[in-house]
Design a protein around this ligand. Structure first.
Ligand code: NDP
Ligand code: MG
Ligand code: MG
Length: 330
C-alpha cells in the first residue's frame, strides 16, 4: 500500500522565516501562491514583466519580481510555469540565480525525469503535484478542505527534502485530503500513460468512434450525441462516486448484462497490448523527445489535429445540443 500523509504528519515549521518564490501565476501558480500565503507563509512571485499575470499578482497583493530576481531572493523556488517553457526559463533565469541550499519544487516530474532540466547538486529537488485542477486547489482550500497530492524527492541535499515537500503540501491544503509518496519517474510516466491511453486519448476516441458508428448506421447525430457523449458524464459520475461495481448497481439489469458481456469484446486484450506499446514509448523517453521537438517547431501537428477535432461532426452537433442543455451559460 502507498504511504499516505495527513495533516498531522506534516508541519509548516521548515518553511517559517523562509521566502517562497512562486514562478508563474497561472492555473497552479495562482492557487498555490494564495493558499501558501493564507497559510501564513512568506510568498513572492517571479513573473515576466508585461505579461498578463504581472498586474494580476500585484493587484492581488503580492510582491512581484522578474523570475531571476525572485529566485535570488528566495529559499524555496516553485516552478509553476508551463512544462514546455520551463527548460528555457530555467537556463536563462533560474539556474544562475539559485542559491545553495534552495528547495526547488515542481508540480510535475516531466522536465527532471527526462533530463531537460538538470539542477545543480547543492539544492533539494522535490515534487508536490496536486491531483486536481488549480481552481479546485484554491476552492477546496478556501472551503477548509484540500485536493490530494503526490510528493516525491529527486535530490536530498539538505537531508530534509521530504519535510520541505510535506510542508509545501500542507501549505497548499493537500495534506487535509491526503498526500501520497511517489517518485519523479512514477508520477511522470503514469501521468503520460494515463492521459494517452485512458483519460484524454482513450475516452475521446471511444466516444468519437461510438458516435461515428451510430451515425454510420443511420441514427440521428443528435440522438447519438446524447447517447455516447452526454451520458458518458452521468456514468462517469457514478464510477467516480461509487466505483465500477457501484456504477453497475446504479444502472438497469439490461445495461449491466449488456455491458458486462459485450464490453470486453469491444475493449479486448489487444487494447491492453497497444496500451503497453504506448507505455513503452513513454518509459523509453521516445514520446517526450517527439513532443519536445514538435513543441519547439511551433506544434504544427498538434494544430492540425486540433482542427480535425474542431471540425468533426460530433463537435458541430455538440455545440447545438449544449445550447439545449446549458442555454447561454456556456
Ligand atoms: P499555466 O499555463 O497556467 O502557467 C501560466 C503562467 O506561467 C502564467 O503566469 C504565465 O505568465 C507564466 N509563464 C508562461 N511562460 C512563461 C515564461 N516564459 N516566463 C515567465 N512566466 C511564464 O501552467 P499550469 O499551472 O497549468 O502548470 C504549471 C505546472 O503545474 C506544470 O508543471 C504542470 O504540469 C503542473 N500541474 C498543472 C495542473 C493544472 O491544473 N493545470 C495540475 C497539476 C500539475 P504570463 O501571464 O506572463 O503569460
Ligand atoms: Mg495527469
Ligand atoms: Mg499530464
Amino acid at each position: 500500500m502507498a504511504r499516505i500523509y495527513r495533516d498531522s504528519d506534516a508541519s509548516l515549521e521548515p518553511l517559517r522565516n523562509k521566502t517562497i518564490a512562486v514562478i508563474g501565476y497561472g492555473i497552479q501558480g495562482r492557487a498555490q501562491a494564495l493558499n501558501l500565503r493564507d497559510s501564513g507563509l512568506n510568498v513572492i512571485l517571479g513573473l515576466r514583466r508585461g505579461g498578463k499575470s504581472w498586474n494580476q499578482a500585484m493587484e492581488e497583493g503580492f510582491r512581484v519580481y522578474e523570475v531571476g530576481e525572485a529566485v535570488a531572493k528566495s529559499d524555496v523556488v516553485m516552478v509553476l510555469i508551463p512544462d514546455m517553457e520551463q527548460p528555457k526559463v530555467w537556463k536563462e533565469q533560474i539556474e544562475h540565480n539559485i542559491r545553495p541550499g534552495t528547495v526547488v519544487v515542481f508540480a510535475h516530474g516531466f522536465n527532471i525525469h527526462y533530463g531537460l532540466i538538470k539542477p545543480p547538486p547543492n539544492v533539494d529537488v522535490v515534487m508536490v503535484a496536486p491531483k486536481g485542477p488549480g481552481r479546485a486547489v484554491r476552492e477546496e482550500y478556501v472551503a477548509g478542505r484540500g485536493v490530494p497530492a503526490l510528493v516525491a524527492v529527486y535530490q536530498n541535499y539538505s537531508g530534509r527534502a521530504l519535510e520541505y515537500a510535506l510542508a509545501i503540501a500542507k501549505g497548499i491544503g493537500a495534506t487535509r485530503a491526503g498526500v501520497i509518496e511517489t517518485t519523479f519517474a512514477e508520477e511522470t510516466e503514469t501521468d503520460l500513460i494515463g492521459e494517452q491511453t485512458v483519460l484524454v486519448g482513450g475516452l475521446m476516441e471511444l466516444i468519437k468512434k461510438g458516435f461515428e458508428v451510430l451515425v454510420e448506421l443511420g441514427y440521428q447525430p443528435e440522438v447519438a450525441y446524447f447517447e455516447v457523449l452526454n451520458e458518458a458524464k452521468l456514468i462517469m459520475d457514478l464510477i467516480w462516486q461509487r466505483g465500477i461495481y457501484g456504477m453497475l448497481n446504479g444502472v438497469s439489469d439490461t445495461a449491466k448484462y449488456g455491458g458486462l458481456t459485450v464490453g470486453p469484446k469491444i475493449i479486448d486484450e489487444s487494447v491492453k497490448q497497444r496500451m503497453k506499446e504506448a507505455a513503452a514509448r513513454v518509459r523509453s523517453g521516445e514520446f517526450a523527445k517527439e513532443w519536445v521537438a514538435e513543441y519547439n517547431r511551433g506544434a504544427p501537428t498538434l494544430k492540425k489535429l486540433m482542427e480535425g477535432i474542431r471540425d468533426h461532426q460530433i463537435e458541430r452537433v455538440g455545440t447545438e445540443m449544449r445550447k439545449l442543455l446549458f442555454g447561454e451559460r456556456i
